[in-house]
Design a protein. Structure first.
Length: 70
């Protein structure tokens, strides 16, 4: 039997140094896309990680896929 796993993460951003995963979810389906199982978990933020302060134009540009210039 073939099965597929679909998963998604919710994060505080895309900076691997400062941003963190907030939530993870996954769904297991069979080859007819019928749901077999599901998993969801919310994560605690690490207290020792301080978010990087970015000017709004940099944060918006990064969200839209622009390269980081600063």
């Amino acid at each position: 039997m073939t099965s597929f796993v679909f998963y998604d993460t919710e994060t505080t951003g895309t900076d691997t140094v400062f941003d963190q995963i907030l939530q993870f979810a996954a769904i297991l389906t069979d080859d007819n896309m019928r749901e077999l199982d599901r998993f969801e978990i919310r994560c605690r933020l690490l207290p020792h990680v301080v978010p990087a302060k970015k000017p709004p134009e940099v944060a918006i540009g990064q969200a839209m896929g622009a390269p980081d210039v600063g």
